[in-house]
Structures are given as structure tokens and as C-alpha cells.
Design a protein around this ligand. Structure first.
Ligand code: ATP
Ligand code: MG
Length: 309
């Protein structure tokens, strides 16, 4: 087995009754890589993370973390990883500080070190002033930040995060993304799941797209975007109703769809079409109220990938 890879997964499979949550997936994550697992609800992201982090056993297949087998050497793999699970698991009747002390002790971090690391982490996440408060009084964002502190207290080699920014405000999202990048800067590996394509674009070196328990593709964000370049679109709204049919005939528009009070135009070159739209509005004597160019959505990329396969 090569030592280049932080994660090696072969044929990993999990059923829940009739449902095949994860269906014979295979992939590798290189050491030091920031790897994203991107997919819609029920795609199998959490099930994959739960198998890799030893919470549930696969029905079939094997996986190793930093060359240790997840089944035969589960304890060793757990000592190397930090985990931020999908569901918050801080003890709500303990303070933030005591949560960190408890988890540090479980990982065998000596007392002085756990205190030093806890102080540093709480300060970095802006929670230090609230360290003595019970977690039950924490907001969702504060709880999520504390979970990240807890995942980092044992200085892991690899960090697993299941939708780390889901449901958080923009500022909290940014802080968490910065901390993930910072962790990764030191050559450590990150495995994160998200259903947010833009987040995956901003953070990841490579992205696996998972759907219905299967990996549809693995590529860098930039190459994925290029492969989906035909899915650029322009969202436009006018001061009066305009025929979608007529808009679909504007030069450079491949398809026009009504979405709420706006119309979405799928195009190859937004720049060219923007000019034509202005001409169109003038000739029809309507005013453009808003206009936005949009990249492909996760849904768009999926549809394209499904069509391709
Ligand atoms: N403990 C379980 N018991 C029964 N079915 C389960 C269980 N865990 C997951 N599943 C099923 O497996 C499939 C994949 O679920 P999973 O939680 O892995 O999806 P996900 O990609 O993490 O989705 P989300 O974005 O909603 O978190 C779903 O159909 C789900 O209902
Ligand atoms: Mg999930």
C-alpha cells in the first residue's frame, strides 16, 4: 500500500434494508489534500464518513486511513483523526471548557497540553470569553465552532467534517472555512462533505460528486466547471411580461426557462448574450430590472453528468 494516500477506499458498500446508501465506491485521497464529497440529500455522504470514522461497519469493501485498515486497526485510525459529525455531539450540560478537557482526556492529551490547546482554539474561534458557559446556552454557530475545537484538540493528521458550515451565517461560515484552510496549510488532510458547490469550489483541491450512493466523477473544481461550461446562465427580469419563446431565440441563448418572476437563459458566452439582451429589450420597449450571470448549479452539473453517462 502506498504511503502517498491519506485515504484509500475500495468497493465500500452499505445497505440499510432495501436502501443501498453507499454502492461499491472506490477512491483515494492524497496526503495533504483538501478533498470534498459533494452530493445532494441522501446521496450517501454521511454514511461514507461514518464508515471511514468507524461509527458503522461497511457491508462490503475495505478502507484505510494513513495506511491503517479501518476495521483491523480502528483504534489507531481514530487516534489520527479529528471528526466533526453531522449531528452536534458536545455535552450540553458541560461548559465549553469542560467539553474540551473531557475530549482531550479521552484522547490521552496530557493536562497542560489540553489546557494550552483549548485556550488557543477557543480564542481562534472567538469562544474564549464564553468558555465557562454551559453549551446548552450556545447558539448553533457557537456549538459548531466548539465541535471543531473538539475535533482539533488531539492535533489530528486528518480531519473529517460532515457539512461543517450548514445552517450558519456568512461570518461563521467564513471563520470555519478559514480554520479548515489553516489546518490544511500544514500539510494535513481534510475530508469534507457538502451539498454546496460554491463551498466545494472555494475549499477543495478535488471534489468527488456522489449521487445515489455512487461516485459520478472526481475532478478538480476548475475542471468540473470547465466540463460544465455549457451550463452558464443569465437570470434576467423585465418590467413587463416577456415571452420565453422569443427570448429563447435571442442570439447565443440555448434554452430559456421561467423561474419565478425571472427568466433563466442558458448560454455559452454570457458576455455576448448580455449585449443582445439589451438590444432585445430596446426593440420590445421593455426595461431590464435585474440581470445576473450565474455559474452552473449543483443540479445543472448533475443533470449534465447523468446525461453524459
Ligand atoms: N441509520 C440509517 N437507517 C436507515 N437508513 C439510513 C440510515 N442512515 C442513512 N440511511 C439512508 O441512506 C441514504 C443515504 O443517507 P446519508 O445520510 O448517507 O445521506 P447524505 O448524503 O449524508 O444526505 P444529507 O445531505 O441529507 O445529509 C438515505 O437514503 C438514508 O435514508
Ligand atoms: Mg449527511
Amino acid at each position: 500500500m502506498t504511503t502517498e494516500n491519506a485515504v484509500e477506499v475500495s468497493n465500500l458498500t452499505k445497505h440499510f434494508g432495501e436502501v443501498v446508501a453507499v454502492d461499491h465506491i472506490s477512491f483515494q485521497v492524497k496526503k495533504g489534500e483538501l478533498f470534498g464529497f459533494l452530493g445532494p440529500n441522501a446521496a450517501g455522504k454521511t454514511t461514507t464518513i461514518r464508515m471511514l470514522t468507524g461509527v458503522i461497519k461497511p457491508d462490503e469493501g475495505t478502507a484505510s486511513i494513513l495506511s491503517y485498515d479501518i476495521l483491523r486497526e480502528g483504534l489507531k485510525t481514530k487516534q489520527l483523526m479529528g471528526i466533526v459529525p453531522e449531528m452536534a455531539n458536545a455535552y450540553v450540560d458541560l461548559s465549553a471548557w469542560n467539553n474540551l478537557m473531557l475530549i482531550g482526556e479521552l484522547y490521552g492529551v496530557p493536562k497542560r497540553q489540553r489546557q494550552e490547546r483549548a485556550s488557543k482554539l477557543l480564542k481562534e474561534f472567538g469562544l474564549y470569553e464564553r468558555r465557562k458557559n454551559l453549551v446548552k446556552g450556545f447558539s448553533r454557530g457557537m456549538k459548531q465552532k466548539l465541535l471543531l475545537c473538539m475535533a482539533l484538540i488531539n492535533e489530528p493528521q486528518i480531519l473529517f467534517l460532515d457539512e461543517p458550515t450548514s445552517g450558519l451565517d456568512v461570518e461563521s461560515q467564513r471563520l470555519i472555512k478559514d480554520m479548515i484552510r489553516e489546518f490544511n496549510k500544514n500539510g494535513k488532510t481534510v475530508f469534507l462533505t457538502t451539498h454546496n458547490m460554491e463551498e466545494a469550489n472555494q475549499l477543495c483541491d478535488r471534489i468527488a460528486i456522489i449521487n445515489h450512493g455512487k461516485i459520478a466523477t472526481i475532478d478538480s473544481p476548475e475542471r468540473l466547471r470547465l466540463r460544465s461550461s455549457g451550463l452558464q446562465s443569465i437570470e434576467v427580469s423585465f418590467d413587463r411580461a416577456v415571452s420565453v419563446d422569443e427570448l429563447s431565440k435571442v442570439h447565443g441563448v440555448k434554452e430559456a426557462k421561467k423561474t419565478g418572476d425571472k427568466i433563466r437563459l442558458y448560454v455559452d458566452e454570457p458576455g455576448v448574450v448580455l449585449d443582445k439582451l439589451v438590444d432585445f429589450a430596446r426593440s420590445k420597449r421593455v426595461k431590464i430590472i435585474s440581470i445576473n450571470t450565474l455559474g452552473p448549479t449543483l443540479e445543472d452539473v448533475f443533470l449534465k453528468l447523468v446525461k453524459e453517462s
